[in-house]
Design a protein around this ligand. Structure first.
Ligand SMILES: [Zn+2]
Length: 421
């Protein structure tokens, strides 16, 4: 038996002993001694510490430090304010012709991306290595870490905004039903009844000039969003600025977390460290209402970018077996209201990172390893874009990345709690 399984089995037995001692009626059967460690996993929300992650005020301090030590290589600007008035910053580095936009924490309980971005900016801003120099000369990297700071400070998925605040800003919506992605009830252990909010990652629209129209509400997950949240508007405006400057945004990466208990398709004892994807919407050429995006949409390039991420992690799997547990995120989603969906339709190569476990299930437990996973993936992708090698990667390799296996969490709770991407 692998050591990990033994530890997990012993822990399970200890918990059982405690439960039995206090509330015998609730005792559950112990996992069999031979059961794999993964069987111990749960997506049940818990209140776990997150102080090791970077909070909003620390982010401001750290970005200012990086800007200072980079001697001007990294330029940090406030690009807007969240609904509760917190600064949203963009950090820009490099002078190259290919624009790469990276965002993190659109869901405030998905925090490793922000730490990975800080590490990336520190390296890009200060390193004299040939690699860093090549990145700076070939790429213009713009990062918006913690783009939903209100959700991040509350350590929850949604932002902090009421429908009344939306209609105050957009009076034409006063008679409309609230958007379908408006949260007013508990999810992921957070009670939105007193502090409602929106899933910002359903508020995008591929029409970058779209303004909210009453007839488009409440909408559905297969519809486009509306740019009713300040946070999506900020990212949209940065994206539009880059399109105006570069002609297109070469690549857009959005950094997320998924459920804690997905396992590899061929081995239920190995948890999925990260799932990746380049496909978020149905083919616009054959989807009514989306035909105008058929010429710009470039799924093949998104696949190549994902292959670069995958190869980089596989190449490091000998040093760290966790980097070997990478899978393809489900490919049957149609979410044009996500940032990735909307920007992919506008022609950007699109890459989704989904590392293991949001804060309500794993807290900061695997912070270092998961941040490292994101970093290695970004590093491989940026190297491949900067060298031009990405163009030579076979997009068909994308379809050979193993699919995400099942979640081994309790089925009832999984259906209630897991929200992605
Ligand atoms: Zn997410």
């Amino acid at each position: 038996m692998p050591r990990r399984s033994l530890v997990a089995a012993v822990t399970g037995a200890t918990v059982l002993a405690l439960v039995t001692a206090t509330t015998p009626a609730m005792a559950q059967p112990a996992a069999s001694p031979g059961a794999p460690a993964a069987a111990q996993c749960s997506d049940e929300p818990r209140d776990l510490p997150v102080h090791e992650f970077t909070d909003h005020s620390e982010l401001g301090i750290e970005l200012a430090r990086i800007e200072r030590v980079s001697g001007g290589a990294v330029d940090v600007t406030e690009v807007g304010r969240s609904n509760r008035g917190r600064e949203v910053w963009a950090a820009r580095v490099g002078t190259g012709p290919k624009a790469v936009l990276i965002t993190s924490e659109i869901h405030g309980n998905e925090k490793t991306g922000t730490d990975a971005i800080l590490r990336l900016l520190d390296y890009l801003g200060t390193s004299d290595s040939p690699k860093a120099k090549r990145w700076r000369s070939e790429l213009t990297v713009v990062a918006i870490p913690k783009m939903n700071p209100d959700g991040a400070e509350l350590d929850r998925r949604g932002n902090d905004m009421t429908w009344d605040e939306v209609t105050a800003r957009f009076p034409q919506l006063r008679g409309s039903e609230p958007a379908w992605n408006y949260y007013t009830t508990p999810r992921q252990g957070d009670d939105y009844s007193q502090r409602p909010g929106f899933d910002v990652n359903r508020d995008y629209n591929p029409d970058l000039s779209y303004e909210p129209k009453p007839e488009d509400f409440p909408g559905t997950s297969a519809d486009t969003g509306w740019y009713i949240t300040p946070e999506s508007r900020i990212v949209r405006d940065v994206y539009k600025g880059l399109v105006a400057e570069f002609g297109e945004v070469d690549t857009y990466v959005d950094l997320h977390h998924q459920g804690a208990c997905y396992v590899m398709p061929d081995d239920p004892s190995r948890f999925v460290t990260m799932s990746i994807s380049g496909r978020f919407v149905d083919d616009p050429a054959t989807t009514p209402g989306f035909e105008q995006y058929a010429d710009t949409y470039d799924l093949e390039y998104s696949k190549q970018l994902n292959v670069a991420v995958y190869n980089a992690l596989q190449g490091r799997a000998n040093n760290n077996p966790l980097f070997g547990n990478i899978t393809l995120y489900p490919q049957d989603t149609n979410l044009p209201g996500t940032g990735l969906g909307s920007f992919a339709l506008n022609g950007s190569g699109a890459v989704l990172f989904e590392v293991r476990g949001q804060t309500q299930t794993l807290g900061q437990k695997y912070r270092t390893q998961l941040t490292q996973t994101v970093y290695v993936g970004l590093d491989g992708m940026l190297s491949s874009i900067a060298s031009g090698q990405v163009e030579n990667l076979d997009p068909a390799v994308y379809d050979t990345i193993p699919p995400r296996g099942p979640s081994v969490a309790d089925a009832e709770r999984r259906s209630l709690q897991v929200l992605e991407p």
